[in-house]
Unconditional design. Sequence first.
Length: 273
Amino acid sequence: MPELPEVETTRRGIAPYITGKTVAQVVVRNRHLRWPVPQRLGSELGGQLIEAVGRRAKYLLLATGNGTLLLHLGMSGSLRIIEAAAPPGKHDHVDIVFTDGYALRLTDPRRFGSLHWTRRPPEQHRLLRDLGPEPLGEAFSGAYLHQLSRGRKVAVKPFIMNSRIVAGIGNIYACEALYMAGIYPKRAAGRISRRKYDLLVEVIREVLNDSIDQGGTTLRDFVNGHGEPGYFRLHLNVYGKGGEPCISCREPIREIRQGQRSTFYCPVCQKSA
DNA sequence: AGAGGTACCTGGCAGC
DNA sequence: TGCTGCCAGGTACCTC
């Protein structure tokens, strides 16, 4: 479920409730997430004060004086602040319980999420080490994409979804950004102009920021809320709209497969290079 | 090196 | 109603 805006919304939602709090204990009900939850997590995190809640790509980083917890929500994960005594549901796999009686609860039906502990600077962790720049950061630009793509035959959509190129562009936002930039998703990354990459970077930032802004309206759902926290009705132009008329030209939106993922695009509006 | 496929897991839905 | 098959917003890791 979570793409980058949802992860950022989650970060903003939980940060005020856990920053400066002390961990009393870690309750692991199911260790079998994407990777086994480390055995030492409880002893490493217990007694520690949460100094900051950061984010790198779609990883949330809970920094303490002893080390950093890397937390990924996978496809179906969500976090919520609950009273520690609240009875757990079937997919509530981990609680980080604080001394104030509240807990950060990880719910993840598909268990593609993960928890890692590192004592070193988190950017040195093998999961973060080789990631490309943040899409909302200054290092990400049209010039950067243009330079990295020269000579590459891979289609532009999987290119911008490659986390070594740029971190955290998921399937929905890749489809939407390519539509907004008027780029055919199957065009070779190496055959797209500098001008088009400038535009693509601009619309990627726009669509991510709009989505994060909308997420802000649902932040209250992170505390003892009902339903899914922090997710929101994003205005989508093409994603999930196969067969529906393009809002610009009325041509039916097409759905194809690229690398086992659905791609939606308008065959009329997305032609340029 | 780059490109593409596979694996992890559950739930929801369409179709029969 | 119940079964089967397919799909899902991620991404590390494998092979070619």
